[in-house]
Design a binder for this molecule. Structure first.
Ligand SMILES: *Cc1c(COP(=O)(O)O)cnc(C)c1O
Length: 223
């Protein structure tokens, strides 16, 4: 399947309420340009240097999303152009994004990443930590960030019952915190190539799809 075919198929298949992020990490600019020609405008990357290099050489109307773990010392590299950071996993990182955004007179949209899976190594807040951070309320003073919703990576297993359990738990958190954050909290980023249909069934509003569109990645992502 070509990139063009897959993009068109996904645009036809996905419900209108679901936004497609084409995850282009490790793939060359030519592959992104092909997806762009097919009508895709939102792309996700997981490394700041790669994101910046691609932003510099591809059309300016692309919306770039940061989906991978972000170190605080890399925020400045992407802050001027990033449209949404999915992977905010600590209060410290949220503070750095806020202050950098204010420094450059911008408001940066972010999602809070929740560690919903049972696996040890996954990034993100566990639900109890998230609750504490939200109750603590420091985010209310942060004029440089707009908290738009939640993101997760489900447990990596073939057991769809487990995967759906993760997604449904996320949906509950999403509904609960929407009452706190209000109507601009409108994004639930969950679902990847292997599990996006389950994610959508559980209320996802944004799917992050890489290998289905672009094929296997050229080199393994660094943790
Ligand atoms: C790489 C990646 C994806 C895309 O995964 P595929 O299985 O290739 O669709 C989605 N989300 C995150 C956070 C990723 O790192």
């Amino acid at each position: 399947m070509s990139v063009t075919t897959e993009i068109k198929r996904l645009h036809d298949e996905l419900p209108e309420s679901v936004t497609l992020v084409a995850v282009s990490k490790t793939h060359p600019a030519e592959a992104i340009a092909e997806a762009y020609e097919a009508g895709q405008r939102i792309f996700g990357e997981s490394r700041p240097q790669e994101l910046r290099a691609k932003w510099e050489c591809l059309p300016q109307d692309i919306e770039w999303h940061m989906i991978g773990h972000l170190q605080t010392n890399k925020v400045r590299m992407i802050a001027p152009f990033v449209a949404l950071i999915h992977s905010v996993d600590s209060l410290r990182l949220l503070r750095v994004i806020d202050s950098e955004a204010r420094r450059i007179n911008k408001v940066i949209d972010v999602l809070l990443e929740v560690h919903i899976s049972a696996e040890e190594s996954k990034e993100g807040w566990n639900p109890a930590e998230l609750e504490e951070c939200i109750n603590q309320g420091e985010w209310r003073e942060m004029s440089g960030v707009r908290i738009r919703g939640l993101m997760c990576v489900a447990t990596n297993t073939d057991d769809t019952g487990v995967v759906r359990g993760d997604f449904c738990a996320m949906h509950e958190l999403f509904l609960r915190y929407r009452e706190v954050f209000g109507s601009e909290f409108d994004t639930l980023s969950m679902g990847m190539s292997d599990d996006y249909t389950d994610a959508i069934a559980c209320g996802s509003t944004m799917v992050r799809i890489g290998s289905t569109i672009f094929g296997n990645r050229y080199y393994p992502p660094r943790a």
